[in-house]
Design a protein around this ligand. Structure first.
Ligand code: SF4
Ligand code: SF4
Ligand code: FES
Length: 244
C-alpha cells in the first residue's frame, strides 16, 4: 500500500515542532482524512477544526506544503509516493493549538461594514442580471484563506485593512440593486482599501473561485477613486445618483 509522510505542526501558541507520521493512502483520500488517521492511530489529542468535509463550511483551513488550502479539498493522490507533506495552521492569525488558529479578528472586522440598507419603500422586484452580479460574492464560505495569504495582513500585520474576504462582502452589499448606502468613504478610511495592490494572491487561493480582485476589489477601488479623486465622476453622480 502507498504511504505518505505527514509533517504536522504540533504545539500551542506558536511554541511547537513538526512531528512526522506515516499514513497509508487509500483511494479518494484527502489531507483531512490523513489527519483523522493520525488522530485515530497515533494521537487523539491532535487539535484540528473541521465540520463538513465537503469544502463548504470553511473550517478546515490550513497550509499544506505552504499553500493556504482546505484540508478536505486537498487530495492525497496529487502528491508523489513517499513525498513529505507539511501541514501547518494558517499563519496570519494567532495560533491556538496544533492546526487551529484563532480567526475571531475576522468577525470583528465584519461588524464594521455598514449593513445592507434598502429604502423603506423599496420595490423588491429586480432583474436577474442585477442579482447575477452579486451572487458570486455570496458563495464565500468564510474559510479566510484569502485573509491568510494577503501580504497586507500576513507580512505587514495591517489589521487596519479589512482584507479580501471583507472586500468581497462589502462589494456584495454595495452592488446589491436595492442597497442605498455609499461605502466608498468607509472603504477608504476604515477599510484600508488603498493598501491592496491587487496582486491577486487572494483570488488564487479561493476555494470557491470567487474573482476577488477583478470583480470585488477593483470595482470598489474605482468607486473610491470616483468619489474622492475624480471631480467629474463625482459631479455626474450627484446629478444622476445611482451608485450601482
Ligand atoms: S489583491 Fe489585495 S487583497 Fe488580494 S492578496 Fe493582494 S493585496 Fe491582498
Ligand atoms: S473569498 Fe474565498 S478564500 Fe476568501 S474567505 Fe471567502 S471563500 Fe474563502
Ligand atoms: S471541513 Fe468544511 S470546508 Fe473542510
Amino acid at each position: 500500500m502507498r504511504e505518505a509522510l505527514l509533517k504536522v505542526f504540533r504545539g500551542e501558541k506558536d511554541n511547537g515542532e513538526y512531528v512526522t507520521y506515516k499514513v497509508p493512502i487509500e483511494e479518494g483520500m484527502v489531507v483531512l482524512d490523513a489527519i483523522h488517521y493520525i488522530q485515530a492511530m497515533y494521537d487523539p489529542n491532535l487539535a484540528v477544526r473541521w465540520n463538513c468535509k465537503a469544502a463548504k463550511c470553511g473550517s478546515c483551513s490550513a497550509e499544506v506544503n505552504g499553500r493556504p488550502s482546505l484540508m478536505c479539498k486537498s487530495r492525497m493522490d496529487k502528491f508523489v509516493d513517499g513525498e513529505e507533506i507539511t501541514v501547518q495552521p494558517i499563519k496570519s492569525f494567532p495560533h491556538v493549538k496544533d492546526l487551529v488558529s484563532d480567526v475571531s479578528w475576522n468577525y470583528r472586522a465584519n461588524e464594521k461594514i455598514p449593513a445592507f440598507t434598502p429604502a423603506p419603500d423599496a420595490d423588491w422586484t429586480f432583474y436577474q442580471e442585477d442579482i447575477d452580479r452579486v451572487q458570486e460574492f455570496r458563495k464565500c464560505i468564510e474559510c479566510f484563506l484569502c485573509q491568510d495569504v494577503c501580504h497586507v495582513i500576513r507580512d505587514h500585520d495591517r489589521k487596519d485593512f479589512l482584507g479580501p474576504r471583507f472586500m468581497v462582502r462589502s462589494a456584495g452589499l454595495d452592488m446589491h440593486p436595492l442597497d442605498t448606502v455609499e461605502r466608498a468613504k468607509f472603504l477608504k478610511e476604515e477599510g484600508g482599501i488603498g493598501l491592496c495592490n491587487i496582486t491577486k494572491c487572494c483570488t488564487e487561493v479561493c476555494p470557491e473561485s470567487i474573482h476577488i480582485t477583478d470583480n470585488a476589489i477593483i470595482p470598489l477601488k474605482e468607486r473610491v477613486v470616483d468619489e474622492f479623486y475624480d471631480p467629474i465622476a463625482k459631479f455626474l453622480k450627484s446629478v444622476f445618483g445611482n451608485k450601482k
